[in-house]
Design a protein around this ligand. Structure first.
Ligand SMILES: [Zn+2]
Length: 308
């Protein structure tokens, strides 16, 4: 049953959510290659058949992905980029092997079809339940391939609600260590971390003057303005097709010497993050992630935001 508490109307309505997640925290092959240097997947018989049916040449897609992976492997090994630079080299592969983009898009399409199917089955069995979509942090906040392939509005066609994960504290450390540092060793190895952060802020529609600088990301997180901006984007795309429940991060863990441990949220920022979600038009908020990670004082700060 529910692992979250639902915020808006907390007192009026206790909601139990049946959580059924399938592949919601993964991304497509292009993201895996260019951002993480992972081997692109999937080339199983089902994916091959699906792509063939769409008229996509399997061998050319594989060659294109192989070429991209070797560019990234060189960058990881610290070898200097070709005279043309990394981005030009990547775009050259995409021009010559557009099957790479087609394959990537089919991954997102297949993912979307599964979610739509789960939604239809759930509603057939229990028409009165709310069935919705968990949009994990990479999908909601930094994977540009996911963002460009799949809109919130399209998800809302097959959902009663969309729940973007917008953990304002955790986004600081995650942006620094899961995004910028990984890109620095790979796709954006010609940029400094500061340049890469500015590129992120500007291309993802954030106002850099309201957000932390590189050396503040770990301690400050991204803050309530990030929650506002991303909730607004979701709401504008979803419109009236579904509800938007913003996932607010409370004491979300981060790595310490002995593994992951909850990091206490600043109570004022937490209250403000909830308020900014509602300012942007959220229909509700979810106290995330796990109840056993949260301190009662943080839940009180979350509650203050809901009540205001
Ligand atoms: Zn497959």
């Amino acid at each position: 049953m529910s692992r979250h508490a639902v915020g808006k109307g907390l007192r009026q309505r206790a909601v139990h959510l049946l959580a059924l997640q399938y592949g919601a925290e993964r991304s497509g092959p292009l993201s895996n290659v260019l951002f993480r240097g992972s081997t692109p997947t999937c080339f199983c018989e089902h994916c091959i058949n699906r792509n063939k049916t769409q008229g996509i040449d399997v061998e050319r897609a594989q060659t294109g992905f192989t070429n991209l992976l070797s560019l990234i492997r060189n960058a990881e090994a610290g070898k200097p980029n070709a005279a043309d630079g990394m981005l030009t080299s990547v775009l050259r592969v995409l021009h010559r092997y557009p099957e790479v983009l087609s394959w990537d898009y089919q991954w997102f399409q297949a993912d979307e079809e599964i979610c739509a199917q789960v939604h239809r089955i759930a509603k057939n069995v229990r028409p009165e339940i709310d069935s919705g979509r968990h949009v994990d942090h990479q999908r909601s906040s930094w994977d540009i391939f996911y963002r460009s392939a799949m809109t919130y509005g399209e998800m809302a066609e097959n959902a009663d609600f969309v729940k973007p994960i917008l953990y304002h504290d955790a986004m600081g450390t995650r942006l620094r260590w899961w995004v910028l540092e990984r890109l620095k060793d790979r796709l954006l190895n010609e940029l400094t971390l500061e340049q890469s952060l500015n590129l992120f802020y500007s291309t993802f529609g954030h106002d850099a003057t309201k957000l932390p600088k590189l050396n503040e990301l770990d301690s400050a997180g991204l803050g309530p303005e990030y929650v506002y901006r991303e909730t607004l984007r979701c709401k504008q795309s979803v419109g009236d097709k579904a509800k938007v429940y913003t996932g607010i991060g409370i004491d979300v863990p981060w790595y310490v010497t002995n593994g992951m441990e909850p990091r206490p949220s600043n109570p004022e920022k937490l209250t403000a993050a909830v308020q900014r979600a509602f300012d942007a038009g959220a229909d509700g908020v979810l106290a995330s992630r796990e109840y056993d990670e949260m301190r009662l004082s943080s839940l009180e700060a979350f509650g203050r935001g809901v009540r205001r």
